[in-house]
Design a protein around this ligand. Sequence first.
Ligand SMILES: [Cu+2]
Length: 116
Amino acid sequence: MRKWAWLLVLALAACQPKHGEPLKAQVRFVPEHPSVGKAEVCIEVDPRVEFTRVTVVGDMTHPGMIPVKAEAHPAGPGLWRVDAFDFNMRGDWVLTITAYDKSGKKYTKEVRLTVP
Ligand SMILES: [Cu+2]
């Protein structure tokens, strides 16, 4: 019993830094269904919230991969863009979109996709 409780504590601790408030955003790709290589990531957020920074981190669901990290740049009201996100391997990806507002508060959204 004690062992399980300890594992739970570890799991919660490991999750903590990645997640903030849920981010309401529409995430699109150009091309719409990326294949291996570079793709544009468009992140549409609520234009009434003033975000100061948006990042995208791509993890694959299998172990041993180095996460792909990218900074999005503002591209219009409520729109942020990564011009060339590197989907460097086929398989299942989890993108974590993190947005920070003026007070430094963090919002996150996860997007899953399969790169064929
Ligand atoms: Cu991989």
